[in-house]
Design a protein around this ligand. Structure first.
Ligand SMILES: [Zn+2]
Length: 111
């Protein structure tokens, strides 16, 4: 698997929390909906996926508020699943959040 060939055409994904485009490698985590309705984290999970900035609580909460998960995954996402997902996303990362702060919120709420 030649990495160089992949890198030149790395796809960009949009975080459903902050709408920022980023390279999925290392910067974003993927949330997928399993057939049983539960939410899984990982880029290899099958099914429709949604992307979030890795380890960003602000992006997660923003996505929850705007119901972006339901829109991205094309399904109703129960609140308890979001609670489980919150634990998966925000527990495993580094304890010190270093997401984008002081920028990005202006302009949200347009379209
Ligand atoms: Zn984000």
């Amino acid at each position: 698997m030649p990495d160089a060939a992949v890198r030149s055409r790395a796809p960009e994904r949009t975080c459903i929390g902050c709408r920022r485009k980023a390279n999925p490698a290392g910067q974003l985590v993927r949330v997928a909906r399993r057939p049983d309705g539960s939410l899984a984290v990982g880029r290899l999970e099958p099914g429709r996926g949604a992307w979030l900035c890795a380890g960003s609580e602000a992006c997660f909460e923003g996505a929850v508020k705007r119901r972006a998960f339901g829109r991205a995954l094309r399904c109703e996402v129960p609140g308890r699943e979001l609670d489980v997902l919150r634990g998966k996303l925000l527990s495993g990362g580094p304890s010190a959040p270093h997401g984008p702060t002081g920028q990005g919120w202006e302009g949200v709420g347009g379209a």
